[in-house]
Design a protein around this ligand. Structure first.
Ligand SMILES: NC(=O)c1ccc[n+]([C@@H]2O[C@H](COP(=O)([O-])OP(=O)(O)OC[C@H]3O[C@@H](n4cnc5c(N)ncnc54)[C@H](OP(=O)(O)O)[C@@H]3O)[C@@H](O)[C@H]2O)c1
Length: 172
């Protein structure tokens, strides 16, 4: 799973992103490009109801025929995981709050950006429990080299609205 949160764990307001940090968006693009991405319907709409280029996009929604173009619909998370079971790993859950909450028990890698901001929003990141440990090196040689935790306590330069840093977690 991959997400960006503020200092208190807020990820959104249900409709749109609450900050603009272009360098983190580039990081997201580098990490996910070439892979399957799975998202909830509200996140898809927050992206303008458009497919993310160079990624297989699966949108979870109960609506039987939403009429979307360029993406596939899955009726629930398990169906999305089954539809993509033969795809190259990693497959990424890219939000939002409902999908993260349902998917965290299936996930084995978390790539979490923290932006150095505090915002108001009702959608929050899932709890990262003791079953997760922070890793300082690329988890797999074949995975994006950007999947590396920043040293504890350090921040990357301000981009747009805020400084930011990345923490990568694997299941213990
Ligand atoms: N900061 C970040 O990294 C980040 C990343 C992604 C999103 N976000 C933010 O998160 C917010 C959206 O998150 P959200 O929690 O409100 O919504 P969401 O998880 O993106 O989408 C929820 C929708 O997904 C479908 N869904 C979820 N679970 C389902 C299930 N088990 N079976 C069938 N359908 C299911 C439903 O669609 P239907 O109603 O169509 O059935 C549901 O309304 C936005 O503000 C967005 O900007 C932030």
């Amino acid at each position: 799973m991959i997400w960006a949160q503020d200092l208190r764990g807020t990820i959104g307001d249900g409709a749109s992103m609450l900050w603009r940090v272009p360098a983190d968006y580039r990081h997201f693009r580098e990490v996910t490009t070439g892979h399957t991405v799975i998202m909830g319907r509200k996140t898809f709409e927050s992206l303008g109801s458009r497919a993310l280029p160079e990624r297989r996009c699966i949108v979870v929604s109960s609506h039987p025929d939403p009429g979307w173009r360029g993406v596939e619909r899955a009726p629930h998370l398990d169906a999305a995981l089954e539809m993509s079971a033969a795809d190259a790993e990693p497959r990424w859950i890219i939000g939002g709050g409902q999908l993260y909450a349902q998917a965290i028990d299936h996930a084995d890698l978390l790539v979490v950006t923290t932006v150095k901001l505090t915002v108001e929003g009702s959608v929050v990141a899932p709890h990262i429990g003791p079953e997760w440990h922070r890793v300082d090196v690329a988890p797999e040689p074949s995975w994006p080299p950007t999947c590396i935790s920043d040293p504890e306590g350090t921040w990357r330069d301000v981009s747009g609205d805020a400084a930011w840093r990345v923490s990568v977690y694997r299941r213990a």
